[in-house]
Ligand binder design. Structure first.
Ligand code: SAM
Length: 356
C-alpha cells in the first residue's frame, strides 16, 4: 500500500490525493455533509487518521480542543503542516496506522475519511482493537469508505484497495472487542453503530451509492442483558433479523418487503399521502427499502429510510446500488436509539442534520 500512495502523493494536490479529477467540486459539497454528521467537537480531543493534505484537518481544528493529524506520506503531512500549523491546537504525525500506538483514553473522537479501505482485514481488526483503547468510554469513531468498487476517476496502474461491502464493515467493526482492566475490575468494550449512511453528495453528483459512512460509539459490552446480547441492535442483527432471516422474510412477503402485505399494503397506504415530485419523505423503520424505492419511482420524491437493524440497512443500500436509477433517489441510514438523555440529545440534533 505504501508503493500505491508514493505514486499518488508526488504533487500533494487534492485531485491526486482524492484520485478524482472533480476533487475540488466534490470537496465543496461533501465537506459540509460529512462535518454535519460528526458529534459536537468543541472541547474534544480529536485523532484524525489518514488525514492526507488536511482537507478535513483545518475544519476540525476550528472547533476541537486539540487535533492530532496522522498520515504516512511525507508530502501530504508537509502540506497539511504548511496550511494548518498556525493553529496552536494541532499536532502533525507522519506514521503508518498499522504500527501506531497511543496511551489508553487519549481521545474523545477518532475521525477518518477513506483510510480503512487501504488496510487488510487483519490490519483493520488490529487497528479497531487499538482504537477502542485510545478512545475514552462513550467516545466516537467516525469513518467513511468507498464500498464495492472504485469511485474516483483517476487511472491507476495497480490498485490494491479493498472495496468491501457496507455489511462487511458493519460486521467487522461491531464484532471486534477489547478487554480493559481497572484495578481488579475487567471490562469488555466494543463499538455500537449510532449511524451508518450513504453519502448524498456522491448520489447527487455521480449517481454513486457506494460511498458509506459510519458513526460508532465505544460502549461496555454486557452480554448478560438483552437475551445474551449487549444491545437491542445486536439482538436484532444476530437473532431477530439475521441476514438469512431477512432474505427468508422477503421470499414470503415480496421483493423489497419484510412484513405482511408487502407491496400491496405499501401502495394502498402511500397512495393516501398525496406525494408530489420534490417532496421529502422520512421512512422510519424502512426495512430493506421496498417502500422507499416505490415512493421514489412512482412519485419522484426523495426518501430517507431509517432503521435500527444494521442488516436491514445494509441490504437496502445494496439494493439501491443495484437499482442505479437516475435522481431523485433513496438514502438509507441505521439510526440507533438509546435510553440515556445525553444520547437522545445527540440523536435529536443528528436527526435535524440528516433531514437537512
Ligand atoms: C484518499 S486519501 C484521504 C485523505 C483525507 N482523509 C481526505 O479525505 O481528504 C487516503 C489517505 O490515507 C493515507 N493512508 C493510507 N494508508 C495509510 C496508513 N497505513 N497509515 C497512514 N496513512 C495511510 C494516504 O496516505 C492518504 O493520505
Amino acid at each position: 500500500m505504501t508503493e500505491f500512495w508514493k505514486e499518488h502523493s508526488r504533487q500533494a494536490t487534492v485531485e491526486e490525493m482524492m484520485l478524482d479529477s472533480h476533487a475540488q467540486e466534490l470537496t465543496q459539497h461533501e465537506l459540509p455533509e460529512i462535518l454535519s454528521l460528526l458529534p459536537r467537537l468543541s472541547g474534544q480531543r480529536v485523532l484524525e487518521l489518514g488525514a492526507g493534505i488536511g482537507r478535513y484537518t483545518s475544519h476540525l481544528l476550528t472547533q476541537a480542543s486539540h487535533v492530532t493529524a496522522v498520515d504516512f506520506m511525507e508530502s501530504f503531512v508537509e502540506k497539511n503542516r504548511q496550511d494548518n500549523s498556525h493553529y496552536s491546537n494541532a499536532a502533525f504525525l507522519q506514521a503508518d496506522v498499522t504500527k501506531l500506538d497511543f496511551p489508553k483514553n487519549s481521545f474523545d473522537i477518532i475521525f477518518s475519511n477513506w483510510l480503512l479501505m487501504y488496510l487488510s482485514d487483519e490490519e483493520l481488526t488490529s487497528l479497531t482493537e487499538r482504537m477502542l483503547g485510545w478512545l475514552c468510554p462513550r467516545g466516537y469513531l467516525f469513518f467513511r469508505e468507498s464500498c464495492n468498487y472504485q469511485s474516483g476517476d483517476c487511472k491507476r496502474t495497480f490498485n490494491p484497495t479493498h472495496y468491501r461491502s457496507s455489511a462487511h464493515y458493519s460486521h467487522l467493526m461491531t464484532t471486534t472487542l477489547r478487554e480493559e482492566s481497572e484495578g481488579t475490575e475487567k471490562q469488555v468494550f466494543g463499538f455500537d453503530i449510532v449511524l451508518s449512511k450513504t453519502v448524498q453528495t456522491y448520489i447527487k453528483m455521480k449517481n454513486n451509492q457506494n460511498q458509506v459512512c459510519w458513526l460508532l460509539e465505544k460502549v461496555g459490552r454486557d452480554t448478560a442483558c438483552q437475551e445474551g446480547f449487549s444491545t437491542f441492535q445486536q439482538f436484532l442483527d444476530n437473532q431477530q433479523y439475521t441476514r438469512k432471516g431477512i432474505l427468508r422474510y422477503e421470499k414470503m412477503f415480496g421483493a423489497g418487503y419484510v412484513s405482511t402485505g408487502g407491496p400491496s399494503t405499501t401502495e394502498e397506504f402511500v397512495n393516501l399521502l398525496n406525494l408530489k415530485p420534490g417532496k421529502k419523505v422520512l421512512d422510519v423503520g424502512c426495512g430493506i427499502g421496498g417502500g422507499n424505492f416505490y415512493m421514489a419511482k412512482a412519485f419522484g420524491v426523495e426518501v430517507l429510510g431509517l432503521d435500527l437493524s444494521a442488516n436491514m440497512v445494509d441490504i437496502a443500500i445494496e439494493r439501491a446500488m443495484e437499482e442505479n436509477w437516475p435522481l431523485p433517489c433513496s438514502y438509507f441510514s441505521v439510526f440507533s436509539y438509546n435510553e440515556t438523555h445525553t444520547r437522545l440529545e445527540v440523536t435529536r440534533s443528528r436527526m435535524r442534520n440528516i433531514l437537512g
